[in-house]
Design a protein. Sequence first.
Length: 71
Amino acid sequence: MALTAEERLRAAEEAVRQLKAGLARAGVTLPSLRVDPLSVANESLPLVELGRCNMDTALRLACVLEGRGGE
């Protein structure tokens, strides 16, 4: 059974909420992180926009992904 647009939006919003929480625990904030509103109408799962961030945030994110935390 296919998900409705409302169900897809709720699922995407929950994914964004979880991602924001995980990033916050790692000391990283992506200010433009959000659900792409145009992709919600599509039959597939909506897209999550990671957005733009400054160089310091990009480097902290890279450190987290490398397993070094926010060093």
